[in-house]
Design a protein around this ligand. Structure first.
Ligand code: SAM
Ligand code: HNT
Length: 273
């Protein structure tokens, strides 16, 4: 009975995502004020700084980085692409994989200009902002594929998509809590993606705190599992990760722009036991 209920919840979430609109999602979350590189308290610069520090403080290394639930966004691998020579992007929806493919193939007509993001991460790396063109070349070179994923499956990706030994690092941003019907499903999904990671590999997780819904497009209200820090830590422990660092960003009033009811954003760096 409980299993049937879980299956129904997952199916309901999948149905919501059929109306997901990448262009609107990018507009809502990845333009000012949430992505204002001149504001010290803007959310996106905070996320990029967390990722830059996590990727460059010396303990994260290896060959393969996998981004879980990439959506139509690239910011999550702008630092990682300097550390790993193989990056896999993944998403549940073809529309998002197509948006990413358009950027990787430099085909134009992307729904967001990633230049300010590339420039900002170059600045974090102590490079001149004009080095953004080199970073773009590097990123296009290391992204080896853009693949389907379903975190609710015990094997989230196709067999062989990731070497059996596991990836060296996973990054996942605003995915698990945004695609799960409840906290148990969130925790199960965290365990499923953990199987893609080698023991000793790192997980960099960014997510929403206290969020119960977000707009995946005009009028596309998607339910979210409202998480607090304690729940995130307990789910990590329950699924075989050791927490290295948890940082929290609390949204100022003017970052609450009506596209969701998120109150905070967490950044986790953890290691698989
Ligand atoms: C809120 S978006 C996050 C996008 C991006 N990572 C970011 O940081 O903004 C959630 C993403 O999860 C994807 N998704 C939906 N159901 C999924 C599932 N069952 N497994 C993996 N990803 C899923 C959606 O297509 C969407 O791109
Ligand atoms: O402020 N942000 O940078 C930002 C980016 C993406 C998302 C949020 C906030 C909050 N909602 C999630 C979906 O649950 C998606």
């Amino acid at each position: 009975m409980a299993e049937k209920r879980a299956e129904n919840g997952v199916a309901a979430m999948a149905a919501c995502y059929q109306r997901f609109d990448p262009a609107a999602y990018l507009q809502y979350n990845y333009t000012p004020p949430r992505a204002d590189f001149d504001r010290k308290d803007s959310i996106v610069p905070w996320k990029l700084a967390c990722l830059h520090r996590a990727f460059t403080e010396g303990d994260v290394n290896g060959e393969l980085l996998v981004d879980i639930g990439s959506g139509p966004t690239l910011y999550q691998v702008l630092s990682g692409c300097e550390v790993f020579n193989q990056v896999l992007l993944t998403d549940f929806l073809e529309v998002n994989r197509q948006e990413l493919r358009r950027w990787v193939r430099d085909e134009g007509s992307c729904n967001l200009d990633w230049t300010p993001y590339l420039q900002y991460v170059c600045k974090l790396e102590g490079r001149r902002p004009s080095a953004w063109t080199e970073k773009a070349v590097k990123l296009r070179k290391v992204i080896k594929d853009i693949l389907p994923i379903d975190v609710h499956r015990p094997q989230p990706m196709a067999p062989g998509a990731v070497p059996s030994a596991g990836a060296d690092c996973l990054v996942s941003c605003f995915c698990l809590e945004s695609v799960s019907p409840d906290l148990p499903a969130f925790t199960r999904a965290l365990g499923h993606i953990g199987k893609l990671l080698r023991p000793g590999g790192h997980l960099l997780l960014i997510g929403a705190l206290g969020e119960s819904y977000y707009l995946g497009g005009p009028g596309v209200k998607i339910p979210v599992v409202p998480l607090n820090e304690a729940q995130v830590c307990s789910s990590l422990k329950e699924t075989g990760y050791t927490l290295i660092r948890l940082e929290v960003y609390t949204l100022p009033q003017d970052m609450r722009v009506g596209v969701d009811d998120v109150t905070g954003v967490f950044f986790v760096k953890a290691k698989k036991d």
